[in-house]
Write a protein that binds this ligand. Structure first.
Ligand SMILES: CC(C)(COP(=O)(O)OP(=O)(O)OC[C@H]1O[C@@H](n2cnc3c(N)ncnc32)[C@H](O)[C@@H]1OP(=O)(O)O)[C@@H](O)C(=O)NCCC(=O)NCCS
Length: 441
């Protein structure tokens, strides 16, 4: 249980949270809760977190699992289960227990939602079909998602009704089938164009070699899933697989969180660092050319950089006039780093400048990614050489980014004069773009 200090929220914390309100307004989050998390004492806190999300106009669809309760019922009735997670064969007696388990879990969820004052409804908006025979084996009552009635779900959401979807779904003939809840949540997130697919599990997140991965780019996740030696708990692997599928279908983020931790949902969503594992589109997809609307954010970054003399001071107007030269690194719609490419003369030589990463994000590879991106972009734009002028970060450009020493005489006359007039006495570094292999990107 959290200490009173952990529970206490300062009114000023609201300022930070309010930034995110317009960002997620009217977005859909699909939250899938493991059966064991519904049974955990923290579940009421999760429901309270969901109530907060609803009050911020975030539309939540809730899916629950039943594995934990199914195992419990099987023990009580002394019945051997043919499958627990809804991925293998579901025989008739397992199906019968699964229906019972689902009814128990749904009722527990409804009780908690009612306690939190949330309007909700169990829905048959998802239709299932039998998985059928796979490699010669009839999977009997195991189903998969056939169709999602998005119109029904959206009308519920627009009326402030939280849809609760159980992993016992009906097929076209009204036959109940057992569906894996991770798969169900992924299909819902994809069909509804959700911004987030969130798995609340009894695990600290996705662990590799005992370490929880906080941020995991899509490609790294796929590499991990393909690695036969990677030791992933099967229940986490199932969520990771579905998360990868969700990202393939344009769900931008999937989260695997510890549902036993107080405030897990709100911390993950509203704290930059988060709490469990966030799987996101690949890092390079986070870098984009700056737009006019980014001028203020870029000005703020440049101002911070200029304070320590690491960056040349720039006015907002100067930034606006050269906005096309800037590239930004974004996390959750907020700009946390930038770089600029300025062409000289015929564009064969370009200057890489204004490389800045917010101190909070230092040492996480953002700076290097920005520089690597800029190298490739400069090459695409026809440059042969990239130069960088730096007063404090020779080490970064040389050791981490492969730049070599150059001299002021390597700069065009106009830039040389500008440098002299600035009195900055910057060191000139260069990177020959011929060294970049064309295979990258
Ligand atoms: C320089 C800066 C962009 C680096 O960003 P970052 O995101 O922290 O860098 P990364 O995490 O990508 O670091 C990559 C590597 O460079 C090293 N590095 C980072 N800053 C360094 C520095 N000032 N000197 C030497 N090495 C440095 C890191 O240790 C890391 O090495 P590793 O891969 O061996 O662990 C960032 O510190 C910054 O914004 N500084 C203030 C602005 C500035 O000086 N800009 C340059 C003006 S042109």
């Amino acid at each position: 249980m959290p200490s009173p200090r952990e529970r206490a929220m300062k009114p000023t914390d609201l300022r930070g949270i309010l930034r995110y309100v317009p960002m997620f307004r009217d977005h859909v989050f699909v939250v899938a809760v493991d059966g064991s998390v519904v049974a955990h004492e923290n579940f009421l806190n999760i429901v309270t977190d969901i109530a907060v999300l609803r009050s911020l106009s975030i539309k939540v669809v809730l899916v629950h699992g039943i594995g934990h309760q199914l195992v419990g019922l099987a023990g009580e009735h002394n019945i051997a289960l043919s499958d627990v997670q809804g991925e293998g064969v579901t025989d008739a007696s397992t199906m019968s227990l699964a229906r019972e388990a689902s009814a128990l879990v749904s009722q527990a969820v409804l009780e908690n939602l009612s306690q939190a004052g949330l309007r909700c409804a169990i829905t048959n908006a998802v239709r299932s079909t039998k998985v059928g025979v796979i490699r010669g084996k009839d999977h009997l009552y195991t189903g998969k998602v056939e169709k999602v009635d998005t119109a029904l779900l959206k009308s519920m959401l627009s009326q402030d009704v939280l849809p609760l979807v159980t992993p016992i779904l009906c097929d076209r003939e009204g036959l109940s089938l057992r569906v894996n809840s991770d798969h169900l949540a992924m299909e819902l997130a994809a069909a509804l164009g959700a911004s987030k697919l969130i798995y609340l599990t009894p695990f600290p997140g996705l662990q590799v070699d005992g370490q929880v991965k906080i941020n995991l780019p899509e490609d790294d996740l796929k590499r991990l899933l393909a690695d036969k030696n990677a030791k992933l708990d099967p229940r986490i692997r199932s969520k990771a697989l579905q998360a990868a599928k969700a990202l393939d279908q344009d769900v931008p983020r999937a989260h695997i969180l510890d549902g036993r931790v107080f405030g897990c949902l709100l911390t993950e969503i509203f704290d930059k660092v988060g709490l469990g594992t966030m799987i996101h589109a690949n890092d390079y997809d986070r870098i984009r050319q700056a737009k006019k609307k980014d001028a203020q954010a870029l000005y703020n970054l440049a101002k911070h950089g200029a304070r320590t003399d690491a960056l040349v001071s720039r006015t907002r107007q100067q930034i606006e006039q050269t906005i096309g030269q800037f590239y930004v690194y974004e996390i959750d719609d907020s700009i946390i780093g930038c770089a600029a490419l300025r062409p000289y003369g015929d564009g064969k030589v370009m200057e890489l400048g204004a490389v800045y990463v917010q101190p909070f994000y230092h040492g996480r590879g953002v700076g290097r990614k920005l520089v690597e991106f800029a190298k490739r972009r400069a090459k695409e734009l026809g440059a042969r050489k990239l130069v960088a002028l730096t007063t404090q970060t020779q080490g970064f450009f040389q050791s981490a980014c492969g730049f070599v020493n150059a001299a002021a005489k390597d700069l065009p006359a106009e830039r040389r004069a500008e440098l002299k007039a600035s009195g900055r006495n910057s060191q000139v570094l260069a990177f020959p773009l011929s060294r970049l292999s064309d295979s990258v990107r």
